[in-house]
Design a protein around this ligand. Sequence first.
Ligand code: ADX
Length: 204
Amino acid sequence: MEEQKATNVVWHELSVSQADREKLRGHKGVTLWFTGLSASGKSTLANAAASALHQRGVGTFVLDGDNIRQGLNKNLGFSPEDRVENIRRIGEVAKLFSTAGIVNLTAFISPYEADRNTARDQQPETFLLVYCKADIEVCESRDPKGMYKKARAGQIKDFTGVNAPYEEPSRPDLVVDTGKKTLEACVAEVISLVERRGFVKAAK
Ligand code: ADX
């Protein structure tokens, strides 16, 4: 965890509480943290699940690695230290969204178990880890951005799965077989998880 640099800062209680916001919306805020290799289907699944929930009147927001790395985290690369900071910041942003009463879906490789645990510790009651499990061969055959090809050719260093590690989650809340199952089946599993855990009411 980052050290606290600023001194003389005092926490302000907000006048509208998380419970107030959740009552207004009719559902709770939660982070669905998708982890998995590049091209395992994290963004696709997060977006499809967000669309399905949105259609039911649930407030959603997708935080996506490739997008966040062009804004908030544009000063970070892919060294182990930068990936740690990437995930720490996203964890804090995700927590803000949960506090705001939004179902937020994060799509980051987040290759390190310790960092995912940090993100969970930032909001233990409102954090669900979804492992998008797809073999590297499947991800590599998809290769939508041509990244694996470049990495194999030595043009990208520290590329997850090729020359940088991916640590499989030891205690995910859900494992989705995004390598073999259809998108619809994967979405249904994600929706079922948020319903089962009581964040969103089951569809009538
Ligand atoms: S994370 O490891 O820090 O969680 P993040 O999800 O933000 O990664 O970014 C991954 C995306 O950045 C990939 O989908 C890919 O398009 C791109 N990328 C560029 N270089 C790399 C690299 N060395 N390793 C992994 N992904 C990379």
